[in-house]
Design a protein around this ligand. Structure first.
Ligand code: FNR
Length: 427
């Protein structure tokens, strides 16, 4: 009703409400490379299509005359009452969408009381986003590095930043076969983007310093102090100048020299080496418990046997996700995987779903199947691209409003009332 009322006075929303129109607007607002990274999926992108198709296979079964004049969208999750069942899924390299990047998302999440899962591949450090979010709810997503001290450092920083939970993403120990990015030969990380959690980390800085020293570079190449100061801006400009052959007349000679130091190259190479660990097994996760008392969730669990294993490992929650179809082409759809995982988990820990959610009616279906909460991914990144923090806020608010309206029209007053009997299967 807010949108219609604003329409009476001639104003329009900042971002399109229709998901396809939102995606088109984001395409217009970004470079071709950035949009390919944000929107693309693995291989033929059949998993992305499957994620959507899985939602279509369930139909909402409405009930009438149930006095739905008041609805309550709140849920209990990880020991806290939350005003909606939504989360903002971790999205790396948000600066490809908008220069305000993660700080804009943090501001929007805080305004709406929706927990924001800060990405390990963020464009802004967790400390910067924390400063923006005040007391608002945030979690930290970890990619398990092959360098254990770095994992420990990230987890301890997240705890110091007031993150409420650690989400370990398990489906990206290698990057998926992303045709759009391969065709553009574009990997944001190798251009120094999306590595702000690393460049702000003391353990990472030590690794880079050792690498610079081992390269035989002149003493001092790693910076004046004992620990190099590596900023994402320095990396990005150094690498782009290196690519341009350092010929630009706009670049002052002194700066050019500084930027050509071995430091940026060493930082990128160190990141690529420590980013993830394909050798990771269940046994390795044990350390996490020693580093933190925060709840631990595993993201990217799709198989019921892995869900059972996760319970044995004592995790506090599971995120059923196929990374928005960005990792395996031809994977089981996320919503399709949900019922078997839920059955195995048997209500012992919360199960969050993401991948393919494009509005409140989708969220309704996931909740009806038994998800405890629902993650929004690409849509908020598109909102960010189109209109910064305001765009993210509108996209998330639209999800909340559509869920609220769907509940009312389906005759459900609370999230608890959205049960399996709210759905019919359609083949
Ligand atoms: C992601 N996702 C992701 N997941 C994660 O654990 N860490 C990350 O850094 C990222 N980065 C990232 C970047 C971009 C551009 C996208 C689109 C996705 C996956 C994300 O958390 C979530 O699982 C998916 O976005 C859900 O799928 P949909 O709803 O976007 O299709």
């Amino acid at each position: 009703s807010e949108v219609y009322r604003a329409g009476l006075s001639g104003s329009k929303p900042a971002v399109p409400v229709d998901p396809a129109a939102l995606e088109r607007a984001a395409r217009k607002a970004t470079t071709a490379e950035a949009f390919a990274y944000l929107a693309g999926g693995a291989g033929s992108e059949s998993t992305m299509a499957a994620n959507r198709a899985a939602f279509d296979r369930w139909r909402i079964w409405p009930r009438v005359l149930r006095d739905v004049s008041h609805r309550d969208l709140s849920i209990e999750l990880l020991g806290r009452r939350r005003s909606t069942p939504f989360l903002l899924a971790p999205i790396g390299v948000a600066e490809l969408a908008h220069p305000d990047a993660d700080t804009a998302v943090g501001r929007a999440a805080a305004a709406l009381d929706v927990p924001y899962v800060l990405s390990n591949q963020a464009s802004r450090s967790m400390e910067e986003v924390t400063a923006e979010m005040g007391d608002a709810s945030r979690w930290f997503q970890l990619y398990w590095s092959s360098y254990d001290e770095l994992n420990e450092s990230f987890v301890r920083r997240a705890e110091a930043c007031g993150c409420e939970a650690i989400v370990v993403t398990l489906d990206t120990h290698l990057l998926g076969w992303r045709a759009r990015d391969l065709d553009a030969a574009f990997l944001p990380f190798s251009r120094g983007q999306g590595i702000a959690q690393y460049t702000s980390d003391p353990v990472f800085a030590d690794l880079v310093r050792d690498r610079v020293a081992a390269s035989g570079a002149a003493p001092g190449a790693a910076g004046a102090g004992s620990r190099p100061r590596i900023t994402p801006t320095l990396l990005v400009s150094a690498l782009s100048i290196a690519r341009a052959g350092a010929r630009s007349p706009l670049v002052d000679g002194g700066i050019r020299e500084a930027l050509r130091s071995p430091l940026p190259r060493a930082a990128i190479e160190t990141f690529l080496d420590v980013f993830a660990d394909p050798g990771l097994t269940w046994d390795d996760l044990g350390n996490l418990r020693e580093w933190t008392g925060l709840p631990i969730l595993l993201k990217g669990v799709m198989h019921p046997s892995d869900a059972a294993r996760a319970l044995d490992a004592g995790v506090d929650g599971i995120v059923v996700s196929n990374h928005g179809g960005r990792q395996i082409d031809g994977s089981v759809a996320s919503l399709e995987a949900l019922p078997a995982v839920l059955e195995r988990v048997g209500g012992r820990v919360p199960v969050v779903l993401d991948s393919g959610v494009r509005g409140g009616a989708d969220a309704f279906k996931a909740l009806a199947l038994g998800a405890s909460a629902v993650g929004i991914g690409r849509p908020y990144a598109y909102g960010l691209a189109v209109a910064g923090a305001e765009g993210v806020r509108e996209v998330v608010r639209n999800h909340i409003a559509e869920l609220d309206l769907t509940m009312a029209l389906a005759g459900r007053r609370s999230i608890e009332e959205i049960g399996r009997d709210s759905l019919a299967a359609s083949e």
